[in-house]
Ligand binder design. Structure first.
Ligand code: SF4
Length: 340
C-alpha cells in the first residue's frame, strides 16, 4: 500500500503548488539541510561546483581531501556541444601531513601539472572545509599561477562551515565576476551587431537535458541572440563576452539572482526573472523577453512563434490529457541518463 508521507514543517515553505494556493512564487530554496534527512543540499563547495561545472572547457581543481572531488560532473550531468574536459575532477588529495604543514605547495604542483599536460585557458581552484580550517592562501597561489602562465586561475571561496549550499552559489557567482572582469577591453566592447536583433545572457540554466539548445533555438527564431549561457554548455570565451549583453534573463533565481544584480551594478545590464517550465510559463517568458527588447518586430515575431508552437503541440497535449485526467503523476525533469 502506498504510504502517504507528511511534509516536514521545516520544508513546507520549499514546496509550491501552482494549482493550489501554494506559496505563489515565494518558494524558499536557500535553507540548510534538516538534521536526519538525507538530501542533496550538500556543502558550500558542492553549491559552487554545480554552478561552475557546466563550463565545458574549464579545469576544476578541488583543493581538499580526495572525498570532496567525488562531487563532479556526475552529480548533475550537463551537456556539452564541444569540450568534455569539464567532466573530470582534479584533486590535491590533502592528507594529515598537509593539514599540519599546509597544502599550498601541493596546490601549486597541481596547477603546474595541469598547465603542463593540458594547456588550459581557465582553471577554478575550490577551497574545501579543511582548507578553510588550515587557512591555505589560495589567493596568493592562484595569483602566482596567473602571473606565471598568463591564464585565468580563479579561486572559489567555497570552504565548508561558511554557510550552506547557497553560499556556494554566491562563491561561484563571485568567481564568474572575476572571470568577466579579466576580459580584455576588446572583449568588453560591443561587437559589430545587427541592431534589429536583441542580445541577452541566459542565467541559471545548466543544460541538464539539452533544454538550453531548444530555448536558444526558439529565441533565435524571433530575433534574440544569447551572448552567454551561464553556465550550461558555456565556454571561457563565451563568458568573457557576457558583459556586452543588453539584458540578463534569470531562470534559476536561487543561484543566479546575485550575479544578475552584480552585473546590473557593474555593467548596467538590467535583468528579469523568467521560467521555462511548462508551456504557459515558457510562452509568458518569451513574451517578457521580447517586450524587454523594446523592438516591435521582435514582439510580433514572438506572438506569431508562440501561437505556431502551441498549435503544434495542442494535439499531443489533448491526447495525453485524455489519458491522464484525474490521475496524479510525477514528472522527472531530465532524461533517463541525467535525472535530477
Ligand atoms: S567541502 Fe567539506 S562538506 Fe564538502 S565534500 Fe568536502 S569535506 Fe565534505
Amino acid at each position: 500500500m502506498l504510504e502517504i508521507i507528511e511534509t516536514l514543517d521545516e520544508r513546507k515553505s520549499s514546496i509550491c503548488c501552482n494549482s493550489k494556493d501554494g506559496n505563489k512564487g515565494k518558494m524558499k530554496c536557500d535553507m540548510d539541510s534538516v538534521e536526519g534527512s538525507v538530501s542533496q543540499r550538500a556543502c558550500v563547495y558542492c553549491g559552487a561546483r554545480v554552478v561552475l561545472n557546466p563550463i565545458t572547457d574549464a579545469y576544476h581543481i578541488v583543493h581538499g581531501p580526495i572525498g570532496c572531488a567525488a562531487y563532479t560532473w556526475d552529480i548533475r550531468g550537463s551537456l556539452s556541444s564541444n569540450e568534455e574536459i569539464y567532466r573530470n575532477s582534479f584533486s590535491t588529495d590533502l592528507r594529515e601531513q598537509d593539514v599540519i604543514f599546509g597544502g599550498a605547495d601541493k596546490l601549486t604542483a597541481a596547477i603546474d601539472e595541469i598547465v603542463e599536460k593540458h594547456s588550459p585557458k581557465l582553471i577554478f581552484v575550490y577551497s574545501t572545509c579543511v582548507v578553510g580550517v588550515i587557512g591555505d592562501d589560495i589567493e596568493a597561489v592562484t595569483k602566482n599561477a596567473r602571473e606565471k602562465y598568463n591564464i585565468q586561475v580563479i579561486p572559489v571561496y567555497s570552504s565548508g562551515f561558511a554557510g550552506n549550499k547557497s553560499a556556494g552559489y554566491k562563491a561561484a557567482c563571485n568567481a564568474l565576476l572575476r572571470l568577466m572582469e579579466s576580459a580584455p577591453d576588446s572583449k568588453k566592447a560591443i561587437d559589430i551587431r545587427d541592431s534589429n536583433r536583441f542580445y541577452i545572457n541566459y542565467l541559471g540554466d545548466f543544460n541538464l537535458a539539452a533544454e538550453i539548445w531548444i530555448l536558444t533555438g526558439y529565441l533565435k527564431k524571433i530575433g534574440i541572440d544569447v551572448v552567454a549561457k551561464i553556465t550550461g554548455d558555456s565556454s571561457y570565451e563565451e563568458l568573457l563576452k557576457a558583459p556586452t549583453a543588453e539584458l540578463n534573463v534569470v531562470q534559476c533565481a536561487g543561484s543566479m539572482t546575485y550575479l544578475a544584480k552584480q552585473m546590473q551594478e557593474k555593467y548596467n545590464i538590467p535583468f528579469i526573472k523568467i521560467s521555462f517550465f511548462g508551456i504557459e510559463d515558457t510562452a509568458y517568458s518569451i513574451m517578457d523577453i521580447a517586450r524587454a527588447s523594446g523592438r516591435e518586430e521582435i514582439i510580433q515575431n514572438a506572438k506569431a512563434f508562440i501561437s505556431e508552437e502551441i498549435n503544434k503541440v495542442k494535439g499531443h497535449l489533448d491526447y495525453y490529457r485524455s489519458k491522464k485526467e484525474v490521475k496524479k503523476a510525477a514528472i522527472n525533469v531530465g532524461d533517463e541518463n541525467n535525472p535530477i
